[in-house]
Design a protein around this ligand. Structure first.
Ligand code: SF4
Length: 188
């Protein structure tokens, strides 16, 4: 029975809109999963989590949520890494960020008894797409599940429009404090 089920890691509510629709059109029964220790500060994390739950209720999406604020975990993972403090994207920082989230998602997928997982990170034209694809494949191999790769990017605008129509909270930056500074501080 689990063959057509998929475990979908979500970065936020708005970015879930299009991948959810596309996967359902493919015939998948989607199980949502929220794990994002990269979102700071806490009020931003809470706003995105609330928005995710709002989206899930409207879309009738069953979800599993890791609701602990993950700042300490995130910073611990970044020890000895090049933080790229004043850069929007940093190879080492973002690679670590993707790996952290997708490793946990792959493990949670297996623990949930599902065999296939994917991520809404693949919808954003602002993310490092190839890096996400590779992190997903490695996480899947380590956990003994399959990573379903799809290029959801062509549906990004459509998904964002639908999210606005639902009045979901729309974030202004990627998630970590480094991306927050790049978005607001560096233009001050
Ligand atoms: S910029 Fe985005 S992807 Fe990169 S480390 Fe920060 S939250 Fe993660």
């Amino acid at each position: 029975m689990s063959e057509n089920k998929i475990f979908l890691h979500s970065c936020c509510g708005p970015c879930t809109m299009y991948p959810l629709e596309a996967l359902r059109q493919e015939g998948f029964a989607v199980q949502g999963y929220f794990y994002n220790p990269n979102i700071h500060p806490y009020r931003e994390f809470k706003a995105r989590l609330d928005s995710y739950r709002q989206m899930a209720a409207v879309q009738d999406l069953p979800v599993q949520v890791e609701e602990d604020y993950g700042l300490a975990v995130f910073l611990e993972e970044l020890q000895d890494k090049d933080l790229g403090v004043y850069q929007a994207k940093s190879a080492e920082r973002c690679q670590t960020c993707y790996r952290l989230r997708l490793e946990k998602a792959a493990q949670a997928c297996r623990q949930a008894g599902l065999k296939v997982f994917s991520t809404t990170l693949l919808v954003s034209p602002y993310q490092q797409h190839e890096m996400i694809k590779e992190a997903g494949r490695q996480a899947a191999a380590a956990a003994g599940v399959t990573f379903l790769y799809r290029d959801f990017r062509p549906g990004f605008r459509q998904g964002q429009q639908k999210a606005r129509a639902l009045n979901l909270y729309m974030q202004g930056y990627c998630g970590c404090v480094f991306s927050e500074y790049e978005r607001y501080g560096s233009k001050a």
